[in-house]
Design a protein. Structure first.
Length: 332
């Protein structure tokens, strides 16, 4: 079935949050979600309920920046370097492990629910079985930037069939891995998304914050921000690039003509007819691009900087979360 036209996008409801929601994982075929937030907690809420009220489930020792769901297994990651496995049916923590030596930035699950992946500022991507058993530690990103400052490993994503995994870092280096063998099979570069100020503060900003494979796995979308003039502000245009990763070829580079800020999440329509990006700076946005990445289909302003969103199975609903708000959109 064709995905709904982004022009049909309609806001159903904005909800206030007491904390910043950095991550969201959605129960399939429902409006029920799990949130990871700045109050160090993982909570549960339901967009379909009469009142959207997150209920605390368990806590980390710092910001919770990644949550991923596979069946009844929820895995969360935080700035404490820990990963926690939680049984959503029994409502109990199953295990907590010291997974990374530095901040965990992202946790994702494969579509078949068999694997989870986590990335952190120790520059490692770790692949885990759903039961918590380690599978691979993937090392393809330099610990230091070219100017000898610490780098960051921001994001990762599985392909739809689970055979591929992409990881991306602060300086715009993106690696594609063979999940079965744990081997690097390709890499592409998005250097425009990284800004280094050698004069004022010897400081850098930016990085690739989102990656997503097209439904057929041939195209890799990469999200971040353009070159920044003032490193104290996310003043550059929101930016998305598309790659034929096998050929290591940049197919398109698109900068928003309406919104500045950083693209924190990307997702393709199931039929590949559009690509959705979300993020923000002082304000937030949803950006719908045509599949060639050459033009915008729709650009929508949001009341908050968006850190994450969940897209429904038929791409007819978007659940966006961020700075003290959660927003529910309908398409079609």
């Amino acid at each position: 079935m064709p995905a709904p036209n982004p022009e049909s996008l309609k806001l159903l409801k904005d909800h206030s949050l007491k904390a910043i929601a950095f991550a969201v994982a959605r129960v399939p075929n429902s409006g029920r979600v799990f949130l990871g937030s700045s109050d160090f907690k993982v909570s549960e809420a339901d967009f379909a309920a009469a009142k959207f009220e997150p209920k605390d489930l368990f806590a980390h020792e710092s910001y919770v920046t990644g949550v991923a769901l596979a069946g009844n297994t929820l895995v969360s990651g935080g700035y404490d370097g820990k990963l926690t496995w939680y049984d959503t049916e029994k409502k109990a923590v199953v295990r907590t492990v010291d997974a990374h030596a530095k901040w965990v930035r992202k946790v994702v699950a494969s579509n078949d629910g068999k694997l989870f992946a986590s990335v952190a500022d120790d520059m490692n991507c770790k692949v885990w079985k759903a039961d918590g058993s380690p599978v691979h530690t993937l090392k393809g990103h330099a610990e230091k930037t070219p100017t000898h400052f610490g780098s960051m490993l921001y994001t990762c994503a599985f392909s739809n069939d689970g055979s591929l995994l992409a990881t991306a870092d602060k300086v715009g280096h993106v690696v594609v891995w063979d999940v079965k063998d744990g081997k690097e099979i390709a890499s592409v570069e998005a250097p425009v998304m990284y800004t280094w100020d050698p004069n004022a503060r010897r400081h850098s900003i930016g990085g690739v914050r989102a990656v997503a494979f097209s439904p057929d796995g041939t195209t890799l979308a990469v999200g971040g921000t353009g070159k920044i003039g003032n490193i104290d502000h996310l003043e550059a245009k929101a930016r998305i690039e598309l790659f034929d990763w096998k050929a290591k070829k940049n197919l398109a580079a698109w900068d928003s003509d309406k919104f500045a800020g950083i693209v924190n999440k990307l997702a393709w329509a199931p039929d590949g007819s559009w690509l959705l990006g979300a993020g923000g700076a002082g304000e937030g946005f949803l950006l719908f691009l045509d599949p060639t990445g050459k033009k915008a289909i729709r650009q929508e302003k949001l009341p908050m900087h968006v850190h994450d969103f969940a897209l429904s199975e038929g791409a007819d609903a978007v659940y966006a979360v961020g700075h003290n708000k959660a927003s529910h959109f309908k398409l079609g």
